[in-house]
Design a protein around this ligand. Structure first.
Ligand SMILES: [Zn+2]
Length: 104
């Protein structure tokens, strides 16, 4: 495939966690002060109005299972793929060109 390393830091700046969460039909139960809260897609909150999973867009944290990560981590976890595959997928999600995220 010839997949080259990508600059994860610059992808993280562009891809919000909510964009990845929308792939699994996640909707926040509350949004306040730029913080979205809802059920945790990682451990699978059973209470539909759960707000244990918190994101400010850049990172996510679950108060119950303690999962922590950014959009790339989140995609990799939800899709069970590598971080690099997730990084490419995140670039595709925002209609970006991977060449713009390569190290120069
Ligand atoms: Zn959790």
């Amino acid at each position: 495939m010839g997949r080259r390393p990508l600059n994860f830091a610059s992808i993280r700046q562009q891809v919000k966690c909510q964009r990845v969460l929308s792939l699994v039909d996640w909707h926040p139960r509350s949004v306040r002060g730029g913080i979205s809260r809802g059920p945790c897609p990682i451990h699978g909150s059973t209470y539909p109005m759960s707000r244990v999973f918190v994101t400010n867009g850049q990172v996510c944290y679950c108060h119950k299972c303690k999962w922590y990560g950014d959009a790339i981590d989140l995609f990799a976890r939800l899709a069970s793929c590598s971080k690099l595959d997730a990084a490419y997928a995140c670039v595709a999600l925002i209609g970006g060109n991977p060449d713009d995220y390569k190290f120069r």
